[in-house]
Design a protein around this ligand. Structure first.
Ligand SMILES: Nc1ncnc2c1ncn2[C@@H]1O[C@H](COP(=O)(O)OP(=O)(O)OP(=O)(O)O)[C@@H](O)[C@H]1O
Length: 592
């Protein structure tokens, strides 16, 4: 129970303002309604007894009711029942809407946190992780944890109210009933809730594993199909799903178990309480005690059952609720990224140079420097090629230049402005083309403008397509409205890459950063793209990671990186003269 309470408190901390007040109010009003229900039932019993025995109706507090008024009491009770049901409906309608709003709010907050978390953290999360965080966990935390727990106070009130009535009527029976029912309930808590928590955790872990394996399998579908590994993947998925379905079955069983245990408890109570009363005063005493316990038990047992069901559901979903709390608690990395979300200085319209001063970087969790005190000056309008062996740190340097990763030490200056103070303006001016462009199932225009909606400039889209040499796609009757298919599967790899270049050009960037962006193009297309890029030289700055040296022969500056250090920089020929490894590669490529 303590763990559940701590988790609920944690959730209260991340719910929107006013939510805790509403939640507490809702729980109390639900409880009062349950008590009202009990009062109405008691009144029905009193009226029925009076009618059957033909004696005047005696109501607590009000005293004796004249026979002529009994009918009005019945009408009032019926009215009370109807009003209570109407009010309960209204309350639950309002509550379901409110809780849906909280669910939406938490999901939005989680997405925002994800969007503002550090680049390293974001790139570590898979599609399955993001979906789980933003949708699955929130929904389970809301519907499986917060909502069921709101039923606990109401049912707790009912239990106590009925017990009090029993205390007034038969104190000893009430004491025995209290000890007996609390012992059973405590045992259930220990047995069922703990088990439900374990099963919930197991179900969650394995269902995430299933989602992750499925994503990985779809990402590598070609290789998986060619190697005949689909069956193997299917078996791994089936094994993990078996654990999930078993955990879900166990949770369902744990959900219904209390109902039957409490039913048996009621019968056991007859024996216990009847036996104790018989021992005290014989058969008449026993009959009265049993009927009192039966009347009270028929109200107390469902209340106990509901409390147990709520706690079981909350235990089973506790792991999801904790996910939500953890994801909404910022890490030091995220605080740093959050501080970059607003610029404190303004960049001028035209820039002269970008400077790296003693920039070092290591990934979190690994102290080894991936970039080691790099210093470099890139004049705007020029072209820079970053070359070096695999693992040298080229892509990491690109992430730093894009402003995605933040240097561990050293600084990056834009005409004297520290990059971290103008990060948003800088990011909006940089066009990036990755090694593998990620297209989505939208139109050509949506993919180029990188929007899932229709707010793009068609003229701009067409111009970007022309500059990226991908106009053959416009021959289709739908033009820029043609769909590209899931992950861009309806166009070739080379076309996907050129669409990525068009996407980068759509924003009219100052700087084009290309991470081996033309490596999948055939030589002729690559030459056309390179020519198109060259026509932009002077107005756009090019920063390119390249393995094919022919494409960078005429670059203004080449920077040779090895194990995070710059071994040489200058013109192509200067680097050839300074770095023997680069010279050998240039010779192999027939460039010298
Ligand atoms: N997210 C990461 N976490 C930890 N280490 C990483 C991460 N990404 C890259 N590295 C490590 O950093 C080093 C530089 O990697 P990087 O990808 O920058 O090299 P690269 O020169 O671009 O290589 P390639 O030409 O093969 O793409 C490598 O040793 C790599 O293992």
């Amino acid at each position: 129970m303590r763990a559940i309470w701590m988790t609920l408190k944690g959730l209260f901390g991340v719910l929107p303002k006013g939510a805790v007040g509403f939640y507490v109010g809702y729980s109390i009003v639900t409880g009062l309604l349950a008590i009202l229900d009990t009062v109405a039932l008691a009144l029905v019993m009193l009226v029925a007894t009076s009618l059957v025995s033909d004696e005047p109706l005696k109501l607590p507090l009000l005293g004796e009711v004249p026979v002529a008024a009994t009918t009005w009491v019945v009408v009032a009770i019926c009215g009370l029942f109807i009003a209570k049901s109407g009010f309960a409906l209204l309350l639950h309608w309002r509550a379901t809407r409110r809780f849906a709003k909280y669910e939406l709010h938490l999901g939005n907050q989680l997405f925002e946190r994800y969007a503002h978390s550090s680049w390293e953290r974001r790139s570590r999360l898979s599609t399955a992780d993001v979906t789980r965080i933003v949708d699955g966990s929130v929904s389970a935390a809301n519907r499986g944890f917060i909502l069921p727990l709101s039923q606990v106070p109401g049912n707790g009130f009912t239990f106590i109210a009925v017990l009090l009535v029993l205390v007034v009527a038969q104190p000893l029976t009430a004491l025995i009933a209290f000890v007996y029912l609390t012992a059973i309930s405590g045992g259930m808590q220990l047995l069922v809730s703990r088990r439900a928590r374990l099963e919930g955790l197991r179900g969650r872990n394995y269902s995430y594993r299933v989602a992750t394996i499925m994503t990985e399998m779809v990402d590598a579908l070609k290789e998986v199909t060619l190697r005949g590994k689909l069956n193997e993947a299917g078996q791994v998925i089936a094994r993990n799903r078996a654990v999930v379905t078993r955990a879900r079955a166990n949770m369902s069983f744990l959900g219904i178990l209390p109902k039957y245990v409490f039913e048996a408890t009621l019968i056991g109570g007859f024996l216990l309480i009847g036996g104790a009363a018989y021992w005290r005063g014989g058969f008449p005493e026993s009959a009265i005690a049993i009927s009192m316990f039966a009347a009270a038990g028929f109200r107390m047992i469902p209340a106990m059952n509901q409390v147990q069901a709520s706690i079981t559901a909350a235990s089973a979903n506790e792991a999801f609720a904790q996910d939500v709390i953890r994801e909404l608690t910022p890490s030091p990395e995220d605080v740093l990224e959050g501080s970059l979300s607003t610029d404190s200085e303004r960049l001028p319209q035209s820039l002269a140079k970008l400077e790296l001063r003693d920039v070092s970087f290591h990934y979190s969790g690994n102290d080894q420097l991936v970039l080691d005190r790099l210093s470099l000056t890139i004049p705007f309008g020029s072209s820079l090629a970053i070359v070096g062996p695999s693992g040298a740190g080229k892509s990491t340097l690109i992430d730093i230049l894009l402003g995605l990763s933040v240097p561990t030490s050293g600084s990056i200056m834009l005409d004297g402005h520290p990059l971290e103070l103008v990060m948003q303006q800088w990011r909006s001016r940089v066009g990036y083309v990755p090694q593998r462009v990620a297209l989505f199932n939208g139109t050509i225009a949506q993919n180029v403008a990188l929007t899932w909606e229709d707010g793009y400039d068609p003229g701009h889209v067409t111009r970007a397509l022309e500059r990226a040499q991908v106009t053959e796609l416009l021959d289709r009757p739908e033009g820029i409205d043609a769909l590209l298919g899931e992950r861009g599967t309806l166009v070739s790899g080379g076309q996907q890459q050129r669409l990525g270049i068009a996407r980068a050009l759509y924003a009219d960037p100052y700087v084009m950063v290309m991470d081996e962006a033309t490596s999948s193009l055939d030589t002729e297309t690559e030459n056309r793209v390179v020519e198109s890029m060259q026509s932009l030289q002077g107005s756009v700055t090019f920063i390119t990671v390249a393995h094919r040296l022919a494409t960078i022969r005429d670059y203004d500056q080449v920077c040779y990186l090895d194990r995070g250090k710059i071994l040489g920089s200058g013109t192509f020929d200067e680097v050839v003269a300074a770095v023997p490894d680069f010279k050998r590669q240039a010779e192999l490529a027939g460039l010298i």
